[in-house]
Design a protein around this ligand. Structure first.
Ligand SMILES: Nc1ncnc2c1ncn2[C@@H]1O[C@H](COP(=O)(O)OP(=O)(O)OP(=O)(O)O)[C@@H](O)[C@H]1O
Ligand SMILES: [Mg+2]
Length: 255
């Protein structure tokens, strides 16, 4: 695990979130450091997904979503100064359930390059191969690139989603419960991959699996009762938490 601090890539200041009149999160302030893995943990419905979805503006589509406060990406407002499409090219997302597009395995991974106007076949093929190799999926799908990904196992489909997200060359990659549908062997593959990817990009993930946060993240935040109770080095959160509620949660006595 990396111990040195990177540069802040996301800066969250006094963030408050509502769905309609219902307050979900209040007064959140924290920084996400470049090329670190930051995990948000907490019991069901504490707002983990709501929070991480803000970072690629996915809540833009959610009726009733409202927020106040600032979310700065490399110093400029993710909402006020940038359009959502630009944000989503730089900040990618992988969901709990593999969300693949219609079309072949190749088309899924080539998608981001195509919408950035890469059209030469050789160039697209190189992008597809590179990103499938990064996820360790290349050898398994090399012979079936033109076929549908539906035939793949759930774990392979999730790796394909990561490859597709990586092909956009994002600076930040967000995972919301990335192993929620996976078996233990597939889970190890995704967790190992997440650690490797942190060499190149910043990772943020939401999980209700405490041990997963302990294994994979450098920094962790505990959300509970609408607040960010504690945020800091994962080792400290898990071995020497400052708040009694964090302690109860990480030791399994709560949630
Ligand atoms: N679109 C929505 N409209 C209204 N309320 C919502 C919406 N999405 C989520 N909520 C509510 O906001 C709260 C936080 O939900 P969220 O999905 O962010 O929690 P979570 O920590 O990700 O939970 P889980 O561990 O089950 O994934 C919950 O009470 C949920 O019911
Ligand atoms: Mg969730």
């Amino acid at each position: 695990m990396k111990t040195e601090k990177g540069q802040p890539i996301l800066n969250i200041r006094n963030l408050n979130i509502w769905y309609g009149d219902k307050g979900i999160l209040s007064s959140l302030s924290f920084e996400v450091q470049e090329k670190q893995v930051t995990a948000f943990i907490g019991p069901a419905n504490c707002g983990k997904s709501t929070l991480v979805r803000c970072f690629n503006r996915l809540n833009d589509f959610t009726p009733n979503f409202k927020f106040t406060g600032e979310i700065l990406f490399k110093g400029s407002s993710l909402y006020a100064e940038q359009d959502a499409t630009t944000v989503r090219k730089q900040i990618g997302m992988v969901f709990r359930r593999p969300t693949l597009f219609r079309g072949s395995i190749h088309e899924n991974v080539a998608y981001a390059a195509r919408i950035s106007n890469v059209s030469r076949t050789s160039e697209l093929n190189a992008i597809v191969e590179k990103n499938l190799r990064r996820t360790g999926l290349w050898n398994e799908v090399e012979g079936i690139l033109d076929e549908t990904p539906v035939q793949l196992s759930t774990g392979q489909q999730q790796l394909l989603c990561v490859a597709r997200a990586l092909a956009a060359e994002p600076e930040v990659l967000i995972f919301d419960e990335p192993c929620g549908e996976l078996d233990p062997i597939e889970t190890v593959k995704i967790e190992t991959l997440m650690r490797e990817l942190a060499n190149d990009c910043t990772l943020i993930f939401a999980t209700n699996k405490r041990r997963q946060a302990a294994r994979v993240s450098d920094v962790a935040g505990f959300l509970y009762g609408g607040e960010l109770i504690e945020f800091g080095a994962t080792e400290k959160i898990f071995t020497n938490p400052q708040d009694s509620r964090t302690e109860q949660y990480v030791t399994g006595r709560m949630g």
